[in-house]
Design a protein around this ligand. Structure first.
Ligand SMILES: NC(=O)c1ccc[n+]([C@@H]2O[C@H](COP(=O)([O-])OP(=O)(O)OC[C@H]3O[C@@H](n4cnc5c(N)ncnc54)[C@H](O)[C@@H]3O)[C@@H](O)[C@H]2O)c1
Length: 375
């Protein structure tokens, strides 16, 4: 029987005996070298990063805080991790200061990934976006300031979306911040909040701005999973607008490598208080992705259909790769073709899991033409 080590907030807050017990868990094992605190690791990028790190660092302990929204799924975390004494799961929100303080107090490395992350949902209703993405980040920052002497490295996961449509290409870290959707605005607030905190306090923080991630376990609401799932089920691949929107796609495995390099950078001062754009530098349009998916699945091109464009759309988004290469020694290794093949295989092998998410695939929004459409 599967046993999830889920420790509820109620338990954390109700028991004053609990704090020493949790600390003792890490101290019991003298081989534990570092404690890594991950927020949002039941989601797409966080769970891929956790899997990447867990076996590579057998002397690390992992604390995960996740409120298991519709986007969080314990199935994203393999059983061998869930059952390990090196893994502890805390069911709760990053807006809960007492809980964040408890976990930050024990941690050497922190990666803050938890967020409301779906652009279309933010157009439908953005309340939780500002609560989680902005207030949650402020809570994390407050705790980091308190534990700035014991936390060695803290990575804030922002997003390239804070920059909006490219004013020039490729987009480097000096690109203006012009968020074009409520999601991007909430993330821009969080991004600048972290910046303000490192200007004001001496904190060991770095901001990562990943471009469009793709990989196994991504939620069906996102474009690539939606194309693949619909293609596998004999449905049309629906493209917003004319599909000419260009994005920079980076595989989660490459993003995990970048995070690993930052956490283990030999000269951390070089990246401390720096913004890093994490992208492949390779442009691929949405229409091209639909065509590639159709081709991989041996579907005719007329399987691709078009609906109204999403309001607040970003037309073009390409990352400069220079700073990450210079400061981190990182560049993406997985080509889009190779990565897409890998993702299609994963979706084929995990159809039943995706079936359970199907009802969450579309959100109703009004387009620029004032039509109510499912996006
Ligand atoms: N997916 C991308 O293409 C992409 C690109 C750039 C940046 N990012 C950023 O990377 C991070 C992770 O993205 P993702 O695609 O894995 O997102 P996701 O939506 O798949 O996962 C988010 C996770 O955060 C959890 N969460 C939400 N609200 C929370 C709260 N209040 N407290 C604790 N946990 C909460 C969810 O349950 C989920 O497990 C986000 O900060 C996102 O903005 C994502």
């Amino acid at each position: 029987m599967r046993v999830f080590k889920i420790i509820t907030i109620a338990f954390v807050l109700a028991s004053s005996m609990f704090m020493p017990a949790v600390q003792a868990e890490g101290q019991k094992n003298p081989t534990i070298e570092k404690t890594v605190f991950l927020t949002g690791a039941a989601g797409f990028i966080g769970s891929n990063f956790l899997k990447y790190m867990f076996d590579r660092y057998p002397n690390y302990r992992f604390l995960v805080l996740d409120s298991l929204t519709y986007a969080g799924n314990m199935e994203n975390i393999p059983e061998h991790i869930r059952l390990s004494p090196r893994f502890e799961f805390f069911y709760g929100s990053v807006t809960n200061y007492k809980l964040v303080d408890l976990l930050m107090s024990q941690s050497h490395y922190v990666v803050h990934l938890a967020a409301e992350s779906h652009v279309t949902r933010s157009i439908s209703d953005d309340t939780t976006f500002f609560e989680t993405d902005v207030i949650g980040t402020r809570v994390m920052m407050t705790a980091l300031v308190k534990y700035a002497k014991t936390v060695e490295r803290y990575i804030h996961i922002s997003t390239s979306e804070v920059c909006g449509t490219a004013e020039y290409q490729p987009m480097d870290e000096e690109h203006p911040i012009n968020p074009r959707s409520p999601y991007a605005a909430a993330k821009a607030g969080a991004d600048r909040l972290v910046y303000a905190y490192w200007c004001t306090y001496d904190i060991p923080a770095v901001i990562f701005r990943p471009f469009n991630n793709y990989g196994p376990q991504q939620h069906l609401e996102k474009c690539i999973p939606k194309f693949i799932y619909n293609g596998l089920n004999g449905r049309p691949l629906t493209v917003h607008g004319d599909g000419a929107q260009v994005r920079d796609w980076v595989h989660t495995f490459d993003v995990s490598r970048a995070l690993d390099l930052a956490l283990h950078h030999k000269e951390f001062e070089k990246i401390k208080n720096q913004v890093l754009h994490i992208g492949s530098g390779v442009p691929v349009s949405i229409l091209d992705i639909a065509k590639l998916v159709a081709n991989h699945l041996h579907l005719p091109e007329d399987v691709i259909t078009f609906i109204g464009d999403r309001p607040g759309q970003v037309a073009c988004h390409i990352s400069s790769t220079q700073k990450a290469k210079e400061l981190l020694g990182w560049e993406a290794r997985i080509s889009f073709e190779e990565g897409l093949q890998n993702v299609i295989e994963w979706y084929k092998a995990n159809q039943s899991r995706l079936d359970r998410m199907e009802s969450l695939m579309y959100v109703p929004i009004y387009t620029n033409e004032n039509d109510l459409e499912l996006h």
